[in-house]
Design a protein around this ligand. Structure first.
Ligand SMILES: [Fe+2]
Length: 277
């Protein structure tokens, strides 16, 4: 297995024998590298759904959506059952931020690309947090943030109705600490488009803090931008990153095969327990 770092703080290309990749021969090295580098690129692997699942099982436990743990990601409702929520992925987010335990990792295989746009961007929030001044870290520690589908969908559909709110609010939502202190010692920012508000703060202060942190974290130096070739396989550590798809035309037939892995570390480990009020 050979590695080529794409940027100093985020993103590494992995060159690996296909059989070694599928067999899990280097699974421990890949898991370690994933936390260290946030995003791993395996170029033009052209994995079948079965192969993607075979690899996924070497580093974790794939989450089944419906009858499969490989989902079609597309804006076309005929191709993807979750197409109406896919536009939310144009905004920075963590997969499963609205759940008690966010996904461990997410992986995509590019099947069809858009003629324009559609890059995937991964932002290393371990590195962003580590670079914060100590007094800022102290201010952020202990702050709690509400995450909900409503937050992302309000950006996608600003003319939402009360009925829309009811539907979005019927889905899971969660209060998480703003700073996630991990078992391995690193700390990451739990922010993104799912963040509805910071608890115990005025609306104005809450939205300003969240916007300021997003501006700060998504600086160029913390972000890897993947420009896709059909067949590429991209894997990211979902617990120490935020990610988004760059905008692409809504009538594009861009198609990704996505697999996410069950989270293995509750956000509140090492912190106070929070009731999901
Ligand atoms: Fe996502």
């Amino acid at each position: 297995m050979k590695t080529i770092d794409m940027k100093s703080l985020v993103g590494t290309e992995v060159v690996i024998d296909r059989d070694d990749f599928l067999s899990g021969k280097y699974s421990k090295e890949i898991e370690h590298l994933l936390v260290e580098r946030s995003a791993l690129v395996f170029r033009e692997m052209h994995l079948t759904k079965e192969e993607q699942l075979q690899f996924a099982a070497t580093i974790g436990s794939p989450i089944a959506f419906g009858d499969s743990a490989v989902s079609n990601i597309s804006l076309d409702p005929e191709v993807s059952t979750s197409a109406e929520y896919t536009r939310g992925a144009f905004y920075w987010h963590i997969d499963g931020a609205n759940d008690a335990v966010p996904a461990k990792a997410t992986m995509l295989t590019a099947k069809k690309l858009s003629d324009e746009g559609g890059d995937t961007l991964i932002c290393n929030t371990y590195a962003a947090y580590a670079d914060l001044p100590e007094d800022e870290k102290a201010r952020l520690d202990g702050l709690m943030v509400r995450h909900a589908l409503e937050a992302t969908q309000r950006m996608v559909r600003p003319d939402y109705s009360a009925k829309d709110l009811e539907i979005w609010r019927s889905r899971s939502s969660q209060t998480h600490p703003l700073v996630w202190h991990h078992k391995h010692g690193g700390s990451s920012l739990l922010i993104g488009g799912t963040a509805l508000y910071v608890h115990d703060m005025s609306f104005e202060d809450s939205s300003m803090l969240l916007a300021r942190l997003m501006d700060y974290a998504t600086q160029e130096k913390y972000v890897y931008r993947h420009k896709w070739t059909v067949g590429d396989f991209l894997l990211w550590d979902n617990t120490g990153t935020i990610h988004r798809a760059d905008f692409y035309p809504l009538d594009s037939d861009r198609l990704m095969h996505r697999t996410t892995l069950h989270g293995e570390e509750p956000v509140t480990v090492g912190r106070m327990a929070v009731s999901n009020a």
